[in-house]
Design a protein around this ligand. Structure first.
Ligand code: SF4
Ligand code: SF4
Ligand code: FES
Length: 231
């Protein structure tokens, strides 16, 4: 099969004699037998570490899970600076997580029921693969968007009964956060852990309303002409 890999500005095509194997196996084969300069990142080889996300034919995939076909085009993930070939700089994603305070700030010592743990189980399964971040179109217009990965983490901690300071987290995601999401849904199908960041963002919006934060998407700007009624 022939696989094409975007390396910098150039697309390089490689022929490999492998079938029914993962993309990571194909790249390992290319690196050991054809071109040792090919650069990509991976760790666990089993869908756990999240370090091998790339785009294949325009869609985010984990290299250690995806099985390639003849003619596939492999590119680095989007919205991150390419260091070399398929390796990107993910430091901006960590910056977004800091902006949204997507971590445990100060846990109360408290017994948590099995039911409460179940409520945060899905988001806790995030493997930090950055696929949702890559799929999000908002970065084309707002490079400071906190983004699906970090907002999902914020919801995980806001929803944790042990978290003391969830209101500070809600305050941190009002600017460049939940209201900048267009609810396009692009972050949902690409998640290898079946997390739905868009749904978490919707819930965070509802929670914001309950805490008294205004919804800027409901700002009509005073420009409506509704039969003589001024708004
Ligand atoms: S639903 Fe929101 S966070 Fe998800 S990809 Fe679309 S704009 Fe980005
Ligand atoms: S939410 Fe899903 S797609 Fe996004 S970083 Fe976590 S595991 Fe990856
Ligand atoms: S190598 Fe760890 S998730 Fe693919």
């Amino acid at each position: 099969m022939e696989i094409t890999i975007l390396r910098g500005e150039e697309a390089h095509s490689y022929n490999v004699e492998l079938e029914n194997v993962t993309l990571l196996s194909v790249l390992n084969n290319i690196k050991t037998k054809i071109d040792p300069t090919l650069t990509y990142s991976h760790g666990c080889r089993s869908g756990v570490c999240g370090s091998c996300a790339v785009r294949v034919n325009g869609r985010e995939q984990l290299m250690c899970e995806y099985k390639p076909s003849d003619g596939d085009l492999v590119e680095p993930i989007r919205n991150a600076r390419v260091i070399r070939d398929l390796v990107v700089d993910t430091s901006s994603i960590e910056r977004f997580n800091c902006a949204g305070m997507g971590w445990s700030e100060s846990f109360k010592a408290e017994n948590v029921s099995a039911e409460e743990m179940e409520r945060i189980e899905t988001q806790s399964d995030c493997i930090l693969c950055t696929s949702c971040f890559s799929a999000c179109p908002v970065y084309a217009v707002n490079p400071n968007f906190i983004g699906p990965f970090a907002l999902t983490r914020v919801w995980r901690y806001v929803n944790d009964p042990r978290e003391r300071d969830s209101e500070a987290k809600m305050g941190a995601i009002q600017i460049n956060g939940i209201w900048d999401c267009t609810l396009c849904g692009a972050c949902v199908p690409v998640c290898p852990q079946s997390i739905a960041p868009m749904q978490d963002i919707k819930i965070l919006r509802m929670k914001s309303g309950m805490l008294g934060y205004p919804d800027p998407t409901m700002n009509f700007g005073g420009g409506f002409d509704l039969g003589g009624w001024d708004f």
